[in-house]
Write a protein that binds this ligand. Structure first.
Ligand code: OXD
Ligand code: MN
Length: 607
C-alpha cells in the first residue's frame, strides 16, 4: 500500500473528513493503490483504458466499452434504502434496517479490491454556488476505471468541489466484486446496492454498470437527494427539464416533468421546435433525467439539473427521434458507448433503431463481443446491441444546451408535466390548475403494461412521478412533501398530463410526436398566461382545436386531432377503480390527495 497521506497531499485533498473517509475504506477494501481524480485526468485515464483494452476506439475522440454480460442494467430487486427508522419504510423503497445492511456490505467489501486501484472521485451534483450545493457534494470511491470515466462525464469532478465543505458530503463506496461469480439473478445473488439514507452513505457492491456504479447519478442524485430534500424542504425527481423561448415576445418558459421509462423522456428533453414553428420558438435543453426543485426567497419554484452529462439509452436514437442526441455524440465529443454493436475494423458503432442495419457484416461484433457473421440458428435474429445499451456524453456537447445551464441560481419552473404511454383515454394534453390534483396526477402516473398476453391491456403499471425505483421514504410522506413544497411557492407552476401515444383502432399512433410535441407545451404556457381558455373536462382542461398552433402539422395528424383531444369517460371511470387500489397501498396518504381523487371521480360521474 502506498503512502496514503502523501497521495492525498499531492492531490491537494485537504478536507480532513474526506481524508479520514478515504483512509477508512482503503483499509476495508484492501486496495493496493489510491488515486485521487479530477476532470483534468480524463485524457490520461482514457489512454490507460485504451492501452489496457478496456476501451476500444470508436472513431476520433469516441470510445466503446462492454460490461460483463450479466451486468447490463440497474438491479431493482437488489437495491435497498436503509435507515434506522422503520417509519421510512414505503411500498417501493425496499426498506431495511441500517443495522442489518451495513455489516453485510462491509463484509462483502472487505478485501474485495485487493490488487486494484481505489479511485477517489470528489464530485458535485449541482453547479458550484447552487443553493443546494451542500446536498450535492459527494466522494465516490471506486475500484473501476471505467466508472471514473463515466463519472467525469456525468458530474463535476475534482477536489475543488469538496475541500471547503467539511463533513457535508455523501460517502459513496463502490466495489465491483468478482462479476463472474456473483450469481446475478439467482437465489444466491451476492449483489447489494444500498443507500443508507439517514447516514448519507451509499454502499454498492457487485456491478460496474450505470446506476449501480455511477453513484453520483441515481444513488445520490435521486435516492439520497430525495431523502435529503424531504428533510430539508426541496424536491428531487427523475424529471427532464427544458426551456422554450418565444422569440416574438421574448418570454421564456421552463418545463420539467416525469415519464416512466420508454415514454420518450430523453427525446422530449432534447427536442427541437418543428420546422414550421422554428422561427418563433427556440427550445433549450437543461437535463434529460433528474431535476432538483426548490422554492426561492421570491416565492417562485426553481429547478436545476444536478448532472453534468447524459447517460442516454442508445436504442431507437436516430436523426428523426432525437437529432440533438446524435449531434452530441459525434467524433471529438469524448462520448463513450456501452454495450452497443461495434465494428472492429472500421470502429463504427450501431444499435437497433440507429438506421439501416449494416449489410456488410465484416468486422461487426455484438454487445457481447461475438462476431455477427458467425451467428447461427436463433442467434441470427438476436439484437446486435443490448436494449439497455447507452451513450455517455457531457451536457456541453448537446448543441441546444441552455446558455445558462451552469447558472447556480437555477431557472424558474413554469410547468410540471407527467407523461405516460397510454393507448387510449389520455388526451394529448390536459392542464391541471389545482396543486393537489396535480400531485395526485403525478402519483397515479404509469405506463401501460406491454404484455397484452397477461390480459393486462390498458392497465397501467403505476410509477408515481416516475420515481418508483428511486423512492427513498414512504409514499405518503412523499405526497405530503410535494404538497408542502409546492404549497409554499407563492408563484405556482401549472401541472399537466401529456400523452404522445394514443392509438387508432388500426393500432397506428394518432399523434406524430417528437418535435410536434412542442405544440401542446406552447399551448400549456399560453393557457397558464390566460391567453387561451381551453375546454374544461372532468380530468382537466384540454385545448380547443383552434387554440393549438397547427401550422405545418401533417394532414393525418390534423385528421386525428379531434380524437386525441377527447376524453373517454367510460375508460376514465374504469381507471379510477385501479387508481383507488393503487393509492390505498399508501398508508397515511394526505387527505388532500384522496379529496382530489374523489373530486375527479365525482366530475366523471356527472359528465
Ligand atoms: C435510469 C437511468 O436507470 O436514467 O433511469 O439511467
Ligand atoms: Mn433515469
Amino acid at each position: 500500500m502506498v503512502d496514503l497521506e502523501r497521495v492525498l497531499d499531492e492531490a491537494g485533498l485537504t478536507n480532513p473528513s474526506v481524508r479520514e473517509y478515504v483512509a477508512h475504506w482503503a483499509g476495508v477494501t484492501g486496495a493496493e493503490r489510491v488515486e485521487v481524480v479530477s476532470a483534468a485526468d480524463d485524457a490520461r485515464l482514457i489512454q490507460e483504458a485504451l492501452d489496457d483494452g478496456e476501451l476500444l476506439p470508436a472513431g476520433e475522440g469516441r470510445y466503446y466499452s462492454r460490461s460483463f454480460y450479466k451486468d447490463t442494467a440497474r438491479a431493482e430487486e437488489r437495491t435497498i434504502v436503509a435507515t434506522s427508522d422503520e417509519a421510512d419504510k414505503g411500498i417501493y423503497n425496499n426498506w431495511k434496517p441500517a443495522a442489518e445492511m451495513k455489516p453485510k456490505l462491509i463484509e462483502l467489501m472487505t478485501g474485495a479490491s485487493a490488487g486494484k486501484t481505489m479511485y477517489v472521485i470528489p464530485y458535485l451534483m449541482a453547479p458550484q454556488g447552487s443553493p443546494l450545493e451542500r446536498f450535492a457534494a459527494g466522494v465516490e470511491l471506486t475500484d473501476n476505471r471505467n466508472v471514473v470515466l463515466q463519472m467525469i462525464r456525468m458530474a463535476r469532478v475534482g477536489v475543488e468541489f469538496i475541500n471547503d465543505l467539511g463533513d457535508s458530503f455523501v460517502r459513496a463506496v463502490h466495489v465491483t466484486g468478482d462479476l463472474a461469480n456473483l450469481g446475478q439473478g439467482t437465489p444466491d445473488d451476492k449483489r447489494y446496492f444500498v443507500t443508507v439514507a439517514d447516514e448519507r452513505t451509499i454502499l454498492h457492491f457487485g456491478s460496474s454498470y450505470g446506476g449501480n456504479a455511477l453513484l453520483g447519478k441515481i444513488a445520490h442524485g435521486l435516492r439520497q437527494g430525495a431523502y435529503d430534500g424531504w428533510k430539508n424542504g426541496f424536491l428531487v425527481e427523475q424529471f427532464m427539464l427544458l426551456g422554450i423561448t418565444d422569440k416574438e415576445t421574448g418570454a421564456k418558459y421552463n418545463i420539467c416533468g416525469g415519464f416512466p421509462s420508454a415514454s420518450g423522456k430523453t427525446n422530449l428533453a432534447m427536442t427541437l421546435a418543428p420546422d414550421a414553428l422554428g422561427d418563433r420558438y427556440y427550445v433549450e435543453f437543461y437535463g434529460d433525467d433528474i431535476a432538483w426543485l426548490w422554492v426561492g426567497e421570491d416565492g417562485k419554484l426553481y429547478g436545476m439539473n444536478p448532472e453534468y452529462g447524459v447517460f442516454g439509452v442508445a436504442k431507437d436514437t436516430n436523426e428523426k427521434t432525437n437529432p440533438t442526441a446524435i449531434d452530441s455524440i459525434v467524433p471529438g465529443t469524448g462520448a463513450i458507448f456501452t454495450n452497443v454493436a461495434y465494428n472492429t475494423k472500421t470502429q463504427e458503432v450501431w444499435w437497433e433503431g440507429r438506421g439501416d442495419k449494416p449489410t456488410d457484416l465484416d468486422g461487426w461484433t455484438d454487445w457481447k463481443g461475438d462476431v455477427i457473421a458467425d451467428r447461427t440458428g436463433d442467434e441470427v435474429d438476436a439484437p446486435w446491441a443490448h436494449p439497455n445499451s447507452r451513450f455517455t456524453t457531457t451536457l456541453a456537447n448537446v448543441p441546444n444546451v441552455a446558455g445558462d445551464f451552469e447558472d447556480p441560481a437555477g431557472v424558474e419552473i413554469h410547468g410540471i408535466i407527467f407523461g405516460g404511454r397510454t393507448r387510449d383515454r389520455e388526451p394529448l394534453v390536459r392542464a391541471i390548475n389545482d396543486v393537489a390534483e396535480g400531485v395526485y396526477d403525478g402519483l397515479t402516473l404509469g405506463a401501460e403494461a406491454t404484455a397484452a398476453a397477461d390480459g393486462l391491456e390498458g392497465v397501467l403499471r403505476y410509477d408515481p412521478m416516475s420515481m418508483r425505483p428511486f423512492m427513498s421514504y414512504s409514499e405518503a410522506d412523499y405526497a405530503a412533501h410535494w404538497l408542502e413544497v409546492i404549497g409554499r411557492a407563492t408563484t405556482k407552476p401549472i401541472f399537466a398530463h401529456v400523452n404522445w401515444f394514443q392509438r387508432g383502432e388500426d393500432g397506428r399512433f394518432l399523434w406524430p410526436g417528437y418535435r410536434e410535441n412542442l405544440r401542446p407545451l406552447v399551448w400549456l404556457m399560453q393557457y397558464k398566461n390566460g391567453e387561451v381558455s381551453g375546454v374544461e373536462t372532468p380530468v382537466g382542461v384540454i385545448p380547443a382545436r383552434e387554440e393549438l398552433n397547427l401550422e405545418g402539422l401533417d394532414e393525418q395528424a390534423l385528421a386525428d386531432l379531434d380524437t386525441v383531444l377527447t376524453i373517454d369517460v367510460e375508460r376514465w371511470q374504469q381507471e379510477m377503480g385501479h387508481r383507488e387500489k393503487h393509492l390505498a397501498q399508501f398508508d397515511g396518504l394526505p387527505e388532500a390527495i384522496w379529496e382530489a381523487h374523489r373530486r375527479v371521480e365525482d366530475a366523471l360521474n356527472q359528465a
